[in-house]
Design a protein around this ligand. Structure first.
Ligand code: GLY
Ligand code: MN
Ligand code: MN
Length: 454
């Protein structure tokens, strides 16, 4: 945990911003895998972690906005529970560790909530949370409080130095995971063998994954979680994996490398293009610049590079405005990163990534841009352009002769089976611009070939 003062300040700030009523933050409950006492590994709710840091099951935190006083609700374990689970920190000590003013048993919670006629809650993203909230509110309306959601997003969007150092500590593990993957990958191994090495390293160091690892020779499948392919010389492998810090801050890194340890000339051309897309986008990463502009600049770079390679044609600006690049680059440039890998998206992706000035497009590709707002010092984001050759998408666009003034389908056909390339780093925005977080992870084709052949 951070020191209590950090949580006290966060709660007081939130109480002042909301002004009135009772904020109710529900910690997560254990989730059974198949029967109640066989549970999935516990992950605390990120909003709960942000406002009190307590990484234990079955807790609720309330903040009374008028008095700015907080109360922790929870129960010490019974002896029967201790027999199976061992002792855990008492509720009294938990409250002290987080600087919480009062603590009560769970049995007091519903009465205290019902006495208040101005309750503020956050959106729920799990069925068990929904039922619990319904029970607490006596089956009355459980819709979340818009002002509370807006204040939490505003507060959590700006990362403190302490939070950035947590992300850096997650990145230390992640950087090792990626080095292990590059050093260990070779012809004939199954993807799962490398995934096991990476996850094993994180577990050995007290960490865990911030999201399910994407490790695949089918890099064109954007969020593939299947690891049963045999890797062959000539294939590219896409590794999108990131560990959590001790306080559950995420990291999110992608590298793409050749199974053989040496890029073929065309793999190198496409890789260098994605690298340039990322460099171009990074130039836009400074305060007051919209992240959408960074995304579109990367898209334009993609069109220019693909035109040189004979896959696209016409005016790049026009091609991007019509969305032609999305055949090859169908996702957005990146997203916020913090306690969640897609930070705060449980509170609403549009509310996190868009505002009155920056509205979501409905054009294929651009519509998947998760974050579009003007950048501010303290934002932490991923920058993750990619180029993919997705057979189904190519077939569909070709059948419709879609944007054929910009796409050379005869050439594109030849790239089916190429896979996909993504390069992803994590950055913090400051007054001066941006800094790439964490240790350097081999990224140029030369660096990757060096580490793979060393
Ligand atoms: N790791 C998932 C993503 O990059 O969004
Ligand atoms: Mn990623
Ligand atoms: Mn990402």
């Amino acid at each position: 945990m951070f020191e209590p003062n950090i949580y006290i300040k966060r709660r007081k700030h939130l109480a002042r911003e909301i002004g009135d009523g009772l904020i109710v933050l529900i910690g997560n409950k254990p989730v059974p895998m198949n029967y109640p006492s066989n549970t999935l590994r516990f992950r605390q709710d990120s909003n709960f972690l942000y406002y009190c840091g307590l990484d234990y099951e079955n807790l609720v935190l309330t903040i009374d906005c008028a008095s700015e006083k907080s109360t922790l609700y929870g129960d010490d374990l019974t002896v029967d529970e201790i027999v199976w689970e061992g002792q855990r920190t008492s509720i009294k000590t938990m409250a002290e560790l987080s600087g919480i003013d009062r603590f009560e048993t769970t049995s007091k919670l519903q009465g205290d909530i019902i006495r208040s006629n101005d309750i503020h809650t956050l959106p729920v993203y799990r069925e068990d949370q929904k039922y619990f909230l319904q029970f607490l509110l006596n089956n009355s309306d459980i819709s979340s409080s818009k002002p509370l959601v807006a204040c939490v997003i505003k507060q959590r969007s700006i990362k403190s130095d302490d939070e950035i150092s947590e992300i850096n500590s997650a990145l230390k593990i992640t950087s090792e995971m990626h080095s292990i993957a590059m050093r260990s990958t070779r012809d004939g191994l199954l993807e799962q063998e490398i995934v096991g090495l990476m996850e094993g390293y994180a577990l050995q160091h007290g960490s865990r994954m911030a999201y399910p690892v994407i490790f695949t020779i089918n890099g064109e499948i954007l969020h593939s979680n299947i690891y049963d392919n045999v890797m062959k010389s000539g294939d590219l492998t896409l590794n999108d994996s990131g560990a959590e810090s001790p306080l559950h801050y995420a990291s999110d890194i992608t590298r793409t490398f050749p199974v053989s340890g040496k890029f073929t000339p065309i793999q190198k051309d496409i890789y260098d293009l994605v690298y340039e897309m990322q460099q171009t986008a990074l130039e836009f990463c400074k305060p007051k610049t919209s992240y959408k502009d960074a995304h579109l600049a990367a898209a334009k770079k993609a069109v220019m590079g693909l035109t040189k390679l004979g896959l696209m044609s016409g005016d790049p600006e026009e091609a991007v405005s019509k969305g032609a690049h999305a055949l090859f680059y169908p996702h957005g440039l990146g997203h916020m990163l913090g306690l969640d890998v897609h930070d705060m998206e449980g509170l609403g992706e549009d509310l996190v990534g868009y505002d009155d000035k920056n509205q979501r497009s409905d054009q294929f590709g651009l519509a998947y841009l998760r974050f579009s707002k003007d950048l501010e010092p303290g934002f932490v984001l991923t920058v993750e352009p990619g180029i993919y050759f997705i057979s189904h998408l190519i077939d569909q666009w070709k059948a419709d002769n879609k944007l054929s003034e910009h796409i050379n389908y005869a050439e594109v056909e030849k790239f089916k089976g190429f896979g996909g390339i993504r390069i992803e780093d994590n950055i913090a925005i400051s007054d001066k611009g941006y800094s790439v977080l964490g240790p350097h992870i081999p990224k140029t084709t030369e660096e990757i070939e060096d580490i793979m052949q060393s």
